[in-house]
Design a protein around this ligand. Sequence first.
Ligand SMILES: O=C(O)CNC(=O)[C@H](CS)NC(=O)CCC(=O)C(=O)O
Length: 275
Amino acid sequence: MPLAAIAQFTSTNILAQNLKICQNFIRTAASKGAVVLFLPEASDYISSSAEESLSLCQPVDTSPFVLGLREEAKKYALAVGVGIHEPTADGLKERVRNTSIWINGQGEITQRYQKVHVFDVDIEGGPRILESRSTEPGASLTPPFDTPIGKLGLLICFDLRFPEVSLTLRRQGASILTYPSAFTVPTGQAHWETLLRARAIETQSWVIAAAQVGEHNEKRRSYGHAMAVDPWGTVVAECVEEKEDICFAEIDSQIIERVRREVPLKRRFDVYPEV
Ligand SMILES: O=C(O)CNC(=O)[C@H](CS)NC(=O)CCC(=O)C(=O)O
């Protein structure tokens, strides 16, 4: 069975340091025999303001962070899914894109997805974050694609709260969904595991979520708990401590077929609208 590695760490505004950590994860994952590595949302950097985010944002083709990851992925023949920031196409330098890219084992970027739902919340006693101030929302989904562990659908963090998109990717053939994330601590404590398991159970697919963890700067802290959930909803791998860590899951594709056969979810689109 192919082995997947799922990582969590604390991105800061020092891109070279974040790259080093991610390159180390590639070496560790490869040495354990993994064929794919999942890295969190915003692995390139987490900033403390919209202005700082814009100043750190680099085009994918020339970003030393992305080039450094591609080089290492190629060297170790390991596919890597990673969340990064990109400039918007309008060149206005007013907002960034929050994207997830897929790097194959030859070090080429083969897929890309721009986060569709931006995180604008104002929680009493909790975080007040307006992602839309710094980030342009994406306008399309990326169709599921073949990877060494199966057909994968790309989503990001806050997308986890919208079952419609996971069901859509499932209908398009996904057998694995991935949510690179940077959940806040209060919302993570309340919702993270429940949402991931719900998405796995209702799509009858694997759910893999790499995560940011710990204190990025004086304003931002992330919940962590990177994990893999199987199509039955069982958490099969998890980073439990609040520190840089990696966990591994053997991706059994037979369990997908079994769960979907044993519990057929025949939808009644004659009764309610199709999603
Ligand atoms: O800011 C960056 O550079 C990268 N982007 C993020 O960290 C985003 C927007 S602030 N975080 C989330 O979507 C958390 C969602 C969440 O915590 C929830 O749904 O409860």
